[in-house]
Design a binder for this molecule. Structure first.
Ligand code: GLN
Ligand code: ZN
Length: 758
């Protein structure tokens, strides 16, 4: 049985790509050195796949920045502002598209999340001027490189239907008008690749979404064209991240000789599916999860493979990863410090290649029973481990009652109680974090290295909190925060204090370009053994008579930004997290904090790929939020914050969270998001961010007055808050102070009543 993966992580086991790129951008290494580092990374990846025993090595999965941008380069769809005059897209132009051009003030192309992953791609821009032609032959060169070195290469490219579905038409241009000429380029590439390979993998994850009718309509003819030119190579149509559902027919009738299905996230009824596979079509079974870090249940996978083999015939089944391994860390062997028991349950990209190989070889008759048995034992030990199971947590979670999901009174009643906070009209506040200065970073790193004691570090943090309070009082904000100097990350900080979490040393995954994240791992039942934030927040409140807002991260965000266990449902993980955070909320309240904010930055990105699953998701996500917040008195004000502006289709769910106040991102879209509030009146209070913290620009008072006046057209002034659109931790005080001063001045100038007048 043939064995392959859909793609390997490009960053390298020690994030070599990051270091190479950043040093190239800084000018400390030249182009030749960059090219050389990248070649080494590719060869290492191929060698890893070969050593593991895979039948093919995947080529073209490597990228200097992003695989969607690679297609943009391949077809030469360079936006006009980069002044590209035909020819080739070289590294300089490629990086300009990704990162902008500093000297010339040319904006980079936009970036957005790749389906529901935490990977960001560069959004293509197509206009009437786009003139597709082969402009970068990276995929051909890299494949040639592998073939020359004696590897059996299987190139991968993003398919034209997915590419165009993700494009942005400039000034309303219909991107599909360029399909024909884009296909000319694809044809050229595929026919050239076809000379050296058995399979060409074309990724069309868009098939697993609620695909637009236009895209569906163009699909058959597109693949008719591509299949015609592939020569002796066969096209493997790769789909992942969900089930094909209504688009299964499109895939089966595409004429592609191979089809890859994600059997981890896709919920297929195998028998039904097998009945529908046309004779002779090769099925690539994505059985090894590409987006998580757990070992595969090999015995169960073998049952599926046997079923497939029996039905489709020998040689018509391949075994693979569910999606590209891009979304998981590189090599578990480097984790020398993680608990050995937990490590034994895990597999990173290198280990996943080995799992795939074992599955294929077992099917081919090799005796792998020892390895399969060992893997089975690991899974068994995980199931019964005390590190995973905490009966107290399970019992408590099972006993959540409906009344724990509701505040004592409805918002109008709570509002009267909260008048005790004595806030003016248009209250001003911030989202939580203040600049993480070089000084804060330095002291944190000294503390981690053991150069200063915990007591010394704590004294330092309190000094910063004191400064933060003084600055806010000077600026004149109404609701203060402690500034989060003790956190370098809003998820990791809490994870480190919760039971059920573990942390890797080197478990990096690419977020975008050279940026990587190291998500915490939720390996077991979650509980909160000790108070997590009270020391800092109570201290800050002690320094001022103004109300201080306590800051916590919400359960959905904790979950979305972690690697989560796969042995219980996400909603159960989320509920456990919610109970732990609920305890913290109640402790803060008990100690006198009257305003508490629960950040749910990831609520929208956690949504399933398909609309039909979203209602269910939002139900339990909202329920978790309510579980966190519903234990407090009416007089305690609950805030939440969300980092995005596209929520027309979830505004009701957001209202259902029943926070007293929400703050949302909006300044970049010039309050456009408030359109959502025209048809749906948000019942509680809301702070549409007026100061864009993503840019160093200081907005003027007049500009802020304008934005607030606009917001007041949608939201009654007595329910309107004034705040930036996100936390300020990446900014510099020298911008933050004048910006917040202007914000406070803008709010004051629009007030019709001051504090205590009503
Ligand atoms: N309280 C967090 C902060 O201010 C919120 C950040 C976020 O939601 N991304 O940094
Ligand atoms: Zn935010």
């Amino acid at each position: 049985m043939k064995k392959h993966i859909l793609g390997f992580p490009r960053i390298g086991p020690d994030r070599e790509l990051k270091w190479a790129l950043e040093s190239y951008w800084r000018g400390t290494c030249n182009q030749a050195e960059l090219v050389d580092s990248c070649r080494q990374l590719r060869f290492n990846n191929w060698e890893t796949q070969r050593k593991a025993g895979l039948s093919y090595v995947t080529t073209g999965d490597f990228s200097l920045y992003d695989h969607v941008l690679d297609i943009t380069a391949m077809i030469g769809a360079v936006p006009e502002r980069f002044e590209y005059s035909k020819g080739i897209v070289d590294e300089t132009l490629y990086f300009s598209m990704a990162r902008g051009e500093k000297g010339r003030d040319v904006l980079p192309m936009e970036m957005t999340k790749w389906f529901n992953t935490n990977y960001h791609f560069i959004v293509p821009e197509i206009s009437s001027q786009t003139n597709p032609r082969l402009s970068c032959s990276k995929i051909l060169e890299e494949t040639g490189e592998a073939v020359q070195a004696g590897y059996s290469a299987k190139p991968v490219i993003v398919g034209p239907i997915t590419y165009l579905s993700l494009c942005k038409g400039v000034n309303g241009f219909d991107c599909w008008e360029k399909l024909d000429s884009i296909l000319d380029v694809y044809e050229e590439v595929i026919s050239r690749l076809g000379k050296d390979c058995e399979w060409i993998q074309i990724d069309e994850p868009i098939l697993c979404t609620d695909m637009a009718e236009t895209a569906r309509n163009y699909f058959p003819a597109t693949y008719q064209r591509l299949n015609k030119v592939s020569g002796r190579a066969r096209i493997l149509l790769a789909t992942y991240f969900d089930t094909l559902d209504d688009n299964l027919d499109l895939a089966l009738d595409s004429g592609c000789p191979g089809l890859h299905l994600d059997l981890v996230r896709g919920r297929y009824l195998i028998e039904d599916l097998l009945d529908r596979i046309p004779k002779g079509m090769v099925l690539s079974a994505g059985l090894v999860e590409g987006r998580n870090i757990w070992k595969t249940d090999l015995s169960r996978s073998l049952v599926v493979l046997e079923k497939m083999n029996r039905h489709l015939g020998d040689g018509n089944v391949m075994v693979s990863s569910s999606c590209s391994l891009l979304h998981c860390p590189v090599d578990l062997e480097r984790e020398t410090e993680i608990d050995a028991e937990i490590k034994n349950w895990m597999a990173f990209a290198v280990q996943k290649c080995e799992e795939i190989s074992i599955l294929g070889d077992s099917m081919g008759g090799r005796d792998c029973s020892e390895i399969i048995e060992a893997s089975h034992m690991a899974l068994e030990s995980r199931r019964s481990s005390g590190l995973v199971n905490d009966p107290k947590v399970q019992i408590r979670s099972g006993r959540v009652e409906e009344d724990m999901l509701h505040r004592n009174s409805r918002y109008p009643v709570r509002r009267k109680e909260q008048a005790r906070l004595n806030l003016p009209e248009l209250p001003t506040t911030t989202i939580g974090s203040f600049p993480q200065t070089p000084e804060i970073r330095r002291e944190r790193s000294r503390y981690r290295k053991g150069e200063i004691s915990e007591a010394e570090y704590n004294i330092f943090l309190k000094k910063i909190i004191l400064q933060n309070i003084e600055k806010q009082l000077e600026i004149g904000l109404d609701v203060l925060v402690h500034g989060e100097p003790e956190r370098n990350d809003m998820v990791e900080y809490f994870g480190q204090q919760l039971r059920g979490f573990s942390f890797t040393k080197n478990g990096w995954v690419q977020s975008y370009g050279s940026r990587c994240v190291k998500p915490p791992v939720i390996h077991g039942d979650v509980s909160r053994p000790v108070e997590m934030t009270t020391e800092w927040i109570i201290y800050a409140q002690f320094l001022t008579r103004k109300p201080l807002k306590g800051m916590l991260t919400g359960p959905v965000t904790m979950m979305c930004w972690s690697f989560v266990r796969d042995d219980i449902e996400p909603r159960e993980i989320c509920r456990q997290l919610a109970l732990a955070i609920r305890d913290e909320v109640l402790d803060l309240e008990k100690k006198g904090i009257r305003i508490i904010q629960i950040d749910e930055a990831a609520l929208s990105e956690g949504r399933p790929v398909k609309k039909r699953d979203r209602g269910e998701y939002l139900r339990w996500a909202v329920e978790a939020f309510r579980l966190v917040t519903s234990g407090v008195e009416d007089s305690t004000q609950i805030h939440t914050h969300m980092c995005y502006s596209e929520f027309n289709d979830m505004i009701e769910a957001i209202a259902d969270m029943d926070a007293d106040v929400i703050s949302i991102e909006s300044s970049r879209s010039k309050m456009e998001l408030l359109d959502a509030f025209r048809d749906f009146e948000y019942p509680n209070e809301i702070g549409p961010g007026v100061y864009d913290i993503h840019s160093p620009r200081v907005p003027s008072r007049e500009e802020l007055v304008g934005l607030l006046a606009k917001a007041a057209e949608y939201i009654p002034k007595d329910r309107l808050w004034v705040n930036p659109d996100c936390g300020l931790k990446t900014r510099d005080w020298k911008e933050v102070i004048p910006a917040l001063e202007n914000m406070v001045a803008a709010a004051r100038s629009l007030r019709t009543r001051e504090k205590g007048l009503d």
